[in-house]
Unconditional design. Structure first.
Length: 295
């Protein structure tokens, strides 16, 4: 997993110093636990921003083997990029920072992560576990680990949310099959996507407005397609991440449906010189008549 920056850790330490200097909550919950290095094999929390954790942890795992086994089951959820603070929240429980007292995640952090990640878990038939019941965690005015991505003060900034679909690039088997796919969807475009950053746990993507070729606009106006596609890039992080496959920029032919005020991408093909079936389909599209048009 990507390294999470440490501003949240510095903030926590500052609050802890203030807490101690006021002499408040001197009898804050402490458990007979020991500090131990976070092992490299603990992929969930290794390189999270601190190097030592307490065992037993806040989920009452008593051995490192148990911690590694149980924490690894959450890696697929992190891969869905359902919330930028999901890793911090989970590591505060699986690998609590080694201070002189156990620090829980704040209730608001739990609620924010649950709000974004529980629907993704539900896609695969898993409920939000009772062990992560947010009511168990302290309110924000108490000493706890707060959310990092509080930069939602800009109302235009949408929290990226994961897709229940496993978007993957399609193999352009035949030009005819691609044409059938374009006919079956509301819209189809050839676009260039750029990765804006690689420094956070969730990547940001943007559309190159000079490289938007509308093949089919369906119920949309041609002029509104770039904005709708940028909205898709903003909110469906997992789908775009899978399509990009770690590249910084790429040209794709994507098609999908219009659902209310948003678009959903159903098919995506990488535009490459060797992909002659895709090139042939796009050339033929201008003169192609879909079955309903032919009838």
């Amino acid at each position: 997993p990507s390294r999470v920056g440490v501003p949240w850790l510095l903030g926590l330490l500052a609050r802890l110093l203030l807490w101690g200097s006021l002499g408040a909550w001197a009898s804050y919950l402490r458990r007979s636990s020991s500090c131990t290095p976070i092992p490299h094999r603990m992929a969930l929390c290794y390189d999270i921003g601190y190097s030592e954790m307490r065992i037993p942890n806040l989920l009452e795992h008593e051995t490192m083997a148990e911690v590694i086994q149980q924490s690894s089951s959450w890696l697929p959820l992190l891969a869905r990029e359902c919330h930028p603070d999901a890793r911090i929240f989970l590591c505060s429980l699986f690998a609590p920072i080694c201070l002189d007292r156990l620090i829980h995640p704040c209730r608001s952090l739990c609620e924010a992560v649950k709000r974004s990640c529980a629907p993704v878990m539900a896609c695969y038939g898993y409920p939000w576990p009772e062990i992560l019941n947010c009511n168990k965690f302290p309110a924000d005015h108490e000493l706890c680990i707060a959310a990092v991505s509080t930069n939602e003060n800009s109302s235009s900034r949408r929290m990226p949310r994961a897709s229940c679909k496993d978007c993957e690039l399609e193999e352009a088997s035949t030009a005819r099959e691609i044409l059938d796919n374009l006919c079956a969807n509301d819209f189809a475009v050839k676009i260039r996507i750029l990765r804006k950053n690689v420094t956070t746990s969730i990547s940001d993507f943007e559309l190159d407005p000079s490289r938007v070729e509308v093949l089919k606009h369906g119920p949309l106006l041609r002029t509104e397609i770039p904005a709708r596609l940028q909205q898709w890039l903003d909110i469906d992080a997992t789908c775009v991440h899978n399509i990009m496959r770690g590249t910084q920029a790429g040209v794709f032919v994507v098609s999908g449906d219009v659902q209310g005020d948003k678009v959903v991408v159903n098919k995506a093909y990488a535009w490459q010189k060797r992909n002659r079936n895709l090139q042939q389909a796009v050339r033929r599209w201008k003169h192609h008549r879909c079955p309903e048009q032919a009838g």
